[in-house]
Design a binder for this molecule. Structure first.
Ligand SMILES: O=P(O)(O)OC[C@H]1O[C@](O)(COP(=O)(O)O)[C@@H](O)[C@@H]1O
Length: 336
């Protein structure tokens, strides 16, 4: 796989007015999401739900690709078409989450490191054969008293860079996701400082491990105050702080940055992305890779009647995709 092909895939992931739908919740995470709305966490319900999301009519107008979980990439539509094939046939790029989740970082209470490097080369080979063309690995950085430590940041950056190099070796575009978690009483300035250190460390590690930035996508968290800080900030303040942080840390050669929603309301996630694009031109396309902010409304509606609300829930998915697609162009208008 040439660098040009990796770069082409990466650029297609952030094509103008399009973003990614993250449907890669691990079995434990989807269990939480289903429990929140009273859906039984069975394999068939998970398959049917992912089918609802992926077969939303005209989704490809605003969605360039989807990140799946290991179970999902092995599942098919009710008509027996593997999800990855369904996506490629419908102009969307199949992606796969390849990390094996976070684990306590030994010796550093309150901090975690993402695992999954052992045997990764063989797993990537298989995912490529199953149709995946990009991957995702999420590192988690918590803010609290005396954390994050430099050790935790370095350990996670190193793992992200090792993962990214392996992906590129196997012809897969790595999406690197260092999520600075919103939970906590820290203010927006602290989130800014932590995010800045994390991104500097990540890009230093990527370069050290010979990762080709032209074939890499960053999945970033926004610079926001901690959820229990009580600090009130405007949409424009979040957008300006996030942009400043990214501009001072992310090389302009990167093909694009997509954001996670991290527990923000649907409206905030869209409004923040829209504001950042209105503040452009920016060095890279800025788009979305939302999980909850793409799905929450649809999941709630579907949970009320798994049979009869299927099509209505898909309309909700389409509406969220459209809102976020417009926000990726800075053309979204709040209904409020
Ligand atoms: O903990 P898990 O199961 O890996 O899931 C983490 C989730 O966080 C994300 O990275 C971002 O999702 P949100 O937009 O909901 O924050 C998703 O891609 C993923 O499903």
């Amino acid at each position: 796989m040439s660098i040009e092909q990796l770069a082409e895939t990466a650029q297609a992931m952030v094509a103008a007015g399009k973003g990614i739908i993250a449907i890669d919740e691990s079995t434990a995470t989807i269990a939480k999401r289903f429990a929140g709305v009273g859906i039984e966490n069975s394999e068939e319900n998970r398959r049917r739900y992912r089918e609802l999301l992926l077969t939303t009519p005209n989704l490809n107008q605003y969605i360039s690709g989807a990140i799946m979980f290991d179970e999902t990439i092995r599942q098919s539509t009710s008509d027996g078409v593997p999800f990855a094939k369904y996506m490629s046939d419908n102009g969307m790029i199949p992606g796969i989450k390849v990390d094996k989740g976070t684990h306590n970082l030994a010796g550093f209470p309150g901090e975690v490191v993402t695992e999954g490097l052992d045997g990764l080369r063989a797993r990537l080979e298989e995912y490529y054969k199953l149709g995946a063309r990009f991957c995702k690995w999420r590192a988690v950085i918590n803010i609290g008293e005396d954390i994050p430590t430099g050790t935790c940041i370095d350990a996670n950056s190193h793992a992200l860079a090792r993962y990214a190099a392996l992906c590129q070796e196997q012809g897969l575009v790595p999406m690197v996701e260092p999520e600075v978690i919103m939970d906590g009483s820290h203010d927006i300035d602290e989130c800014f400082q932590v995010t800045e250190v994390v991104l500097r460390s990540l890009f230093a590690s990527l370069v050290e491990q010979n990762v080709v930035l032209e074939g890499t996508i960053l999945k970033a968290s926004m610079v926001v105050p901690g959820t229990t800080s009580g600090e009130k900030v405007s949409i424009e303040e979040v957008a300006a702080a996030t942009l400043q942080c990214l501009k001072s840390t992310v090389p302009a050669i990167l093909p694009g940055i997509v954001f996670l929603s991290g527990g923000q309301s649907d409206e905030d996630a869209t409004a923040h992305l829209n504001a950042m694009n209105q503040m452009g031109p920016n060095p890279w396309p800025l788009s979305f890779s939302y999980g909850r902010a793409m799905q929450a409304a649809a999941l709630k509606l579907w949970s009320q009647d798994l049979v009869n609300n299927f099509a209505a829930a898909q309309k909700t998915v389409f509406a969220r995709a459209k809102d976020n697609g417009l926000a990726a162009l800075g053309q979204w208008k709040s209904a409020a």
